[in-house]
Ligand binder design. Structure first.
Ligand code: ASP
Length: 348
């Protein structure tokens, strides 16, 4: 064969193989919750929502691109989502059946398997940071209720009244839930509004009542380490004391040396099927690709409508499948990719 033709074929093969097998030096994915957002959601509302995702993703992207750790990236990214009332985490969290907020969060460092989980906290502005403090103290993996609040405050985490988490649209969602289930309908939250910046008439954030949900972030850093973080207000109308999958390591959150996973949807299902752990095991022991392992969980294990997840593996592959009507999400990596989406769009 002519030398030039051989060189051309070799060159093409190299291009294809490097594109296919190219390892990313860093990668990040976020979610703002699985939901059933109507496809006719106005352009305006979509834009507001995507803006929230974009702002959060940009924070994590910058940390990773600057050589920071995956742990710092997932914590900082989730904090932005917690502070944004559009999402059901931190400010804007849903109401439990008694008309107040109880929040769950988990963070995990894949390089050490260190993890910190908090459940049912009521007065910590950023539960994900409190979860990280717990992880770093190393004494315990999981604290719940009053002890978790107390721990976080002792650690210097910012304290807020429960009313800080209030949003009118979430309260209306609770009232609708109570009506649907033939329960007494509350006329106001069970707390007062000591913080004068928030009241029953605070902006409703109504535009997003139907879309904002649990938040999560997974990342691979340039040092080859994976991390995961999830934060949530749980489910509207949940029983007092109910804990979902988000703070359960191996249920709704996991990071190890293979994968990082953060789930969203009906927590009871994700716990029962230990979804995050199953993905890791399938990748490690069955040598499945991340896409195969997550696809198996979403399509063959969970029921349609249960929710979705975001995941990244140690080579920077990202997989973000869901079986609900929608899942707001974003991905970015060292190849220059940066994308946010609500339904199937240009994402893998
Ligand atoms: N998985 C969360 C929970 O069950 C809720 C959600 O992601 O929508 O607490």
């Amino acid at each position: 064969m002519h030398v030039a033709v051989c060189a051309l074929i070799l060159g093409m093969m190299m291009t294809v193989s490097s594109a296919m097998g190219q390892e990313k030096t860093w990668a990040i994915a976020i979610h703002g919750g699985a939901s059933n957002i109507a496809r006719d959601l106005s352009e305006e509302k979509q834009a507001v929502y995507k803006q929230g995702l974009t702002e959060a993703l940009a924070v994590g992207q910058k940390i990773l691109a600057d050589g920071g750790t995956s742990l710092d990236a997932v914590e900082a990214t989730v904090r932005v989502l917690e502070d944004n009332p559009l999402f059901n985490a931190g400010r804007g969290a849903v109401f439990n059946i008694d008309g107040f907020h109880q929040l769950d969060a988990c963070i995990m460092d894949g390089s050490t398997l260190a993890c910190g989980s908090l459940a049912c906290v009521t007065r910590i502005k950023n539960p994900i940071t409190a979860a990280r403090r717990l992880m770093e103290t190393g004494d315990h993996n999981f604290l719940a209720g009053e002890g978790a609040d107390e721990f976080a405050i002792q650690q210097g985490c910012e304290e807020v009244p429960n009313s800080y988490f209030y949003s009118k649209s979430r309260f209306q969602a609770l009232q609708a839930f109570q009506k649907q289930n033939d329960l007494p309908v509350l006329t106001s939250p069970s707390y007062g509004f000591p913080d004068k910046t928030v009241s029953m008439n605070s902006p409703s954030f109504e535009a997003m009542a139907e879309v904002g949900n649990t938040v999560g972030c997974v990342a691979l850093d340039v040092h080859g380490n994976l991390a995961s973080a999830t934060s949530t207000g749980g489910r509207t109308g949940k029983r007092v004391g109910r804990v979902g999958d988000s703070p359960i390591v191996g249920g709704g959150t996991l990071a190890d040396r293979q994968v990082a996973v953060s789930c969203t949807g009906t927590g009871e299902e994700f716990i029962r099927h230990r979804i995050a752990a199953t993905i890791s095991f399938r990748v490690e022991y069955l040598h499945e690709s991340l896409e195969q392992a997550t696809g198996y969980c979403i399509n063959d294990v969970l029921k349609k409508g249960d929710g979705g997840l975001i995941s990244v593996d140690k080579t920077g592959n990202i997989s973000v499948p869901y079986n609900s009507g929608s899942m707001s999400r974003g991905v970015a990596d060292s190849s220059g990719r940066f994308d946010v989406s609500i339904w199937e769009q240009p994402l893998p």
